[in-house]
Write a new protein. Structure first.
Length: 282
């Protein structure tokens, strides 16, 4: 059930503007609100922004995780971030006061699919046409994203791979809201490629993984990038009493696990995300 709330907001020009905001139950919030909030916080700290809004830290933190604020706090956030309250609340309309209003609905590109149906009883065929509409939206706000470097280091998922260098060869964009919830910080993140087959089916040859180098404390049965001499490897680590650690390859048909200790294990960071392409030849 959606509630409707009409609130009069006083703009800089002292003209009263009626902003209509629709919101879901209090525990759900409006989709994307936390992402827009992170975007207007920008390089500032959440603590500093909360103070600017006149909101305490403990009250502000839930808004970064998807909670939706009362109208008075919403207005304070929009004012502190220099954005329109309607955009902050719903993602619709102009982001800034001088912007032109964005369209409520994106245009669509229509994809037509033809299917030939054969009537075997009389050997005639008919054509059925169905259409799919792909939403065409404006480019997303760059302020919603941070860029994680892809480095020229291959994480071996096999017998080991020599690490030639750690040069940055590109950057990939990730939503700031997701990074803030999932990682220890942008400065601790790197992307790299997996080689070998010791971690299949979990990780395949040429999969990309994100490593959080701020997560070096081992948690049981998670995947980590580890360094052994001049080799960087990706393995599952399992904890045992007495400080023992089992280094596991998920491809157990071809690779045996082995036991080591904290002192003999150099953990680079935790593997927190992966992706793969299903196109051949890439």
């Amino acid at each position: 059930m959606f509630n409707r709330l009409h609130v009069a907001i006083k703009c800089e020009s002292r003209i009263l503007t009626l902003v209509q905001v629709g919101f879901m139950n209090n525990h759900m919030g409006i989709d994307g609100f936390s992402e827009r909030l992170v975007a207007i916080i920008g390089d500032s700290s959440p603590h500093a922004f909360a103070k600017k809004c006149g909101i305490g830290d403990s009250s502000f933190r839930p808004y970064l995780k998807g909670a939706f604020p009362r109208m008075d706090k919403l207005v304070a956030m929009a004012k502190a971030g220099g954005v329109n309250v309607e955009w902050l609340a719903t993602g619709e309309g102009a982001k800034y006061h001088n912007d032109k209003k964005a369209p409520m609905n994106g245009s669509h590109t229509e994809i037509r699919q033809e299917r030939i149906l054969v009537d075997q009883s009389n050997s005639t065929s008919t054509t059925t046409v169905s259409s799919y509409k792909v939403p065409q939206v404006k480019d997303p706000d760059p302020g919603l994203f941070s860029y994680v470097p892809l480095i020229n280091v291959h994480l071996s998922a096999g017998a080991g791979a020599f690490v030639p260098n750690e040069n940055v060869i590109g950057y990939y964009a990730f939503r700031k809201s997701w990074l803030s919830r999932t990682t220890t910080g942008l400065k601790n993140l790197v992307l790299t490629m997996v080689t070998g087959n010791s971690m299949i089916p979990t990780l395949m040859q040429k999969d990309f993984v994100m490593v959080d180098t701020g997560q070096t404390r081992i948690a049981d049965d998670l995947i980590y990038a580890i360094r052994v001499d001049d080799t960087v490897m990706v393995k599952r680590l399992r904890l045992h009493p007495g400080g023992k650690i089992t280094v596991i390859s998920d491809n157990r048909d071809e690779y045996e696990s082995y036991e080591t200790t904290h002192d003999d294990l150099n953990v680079i960071g935790q593997v927190i995300w992966s992706c793969r392409s299903y196109l051949t030849g890439l």
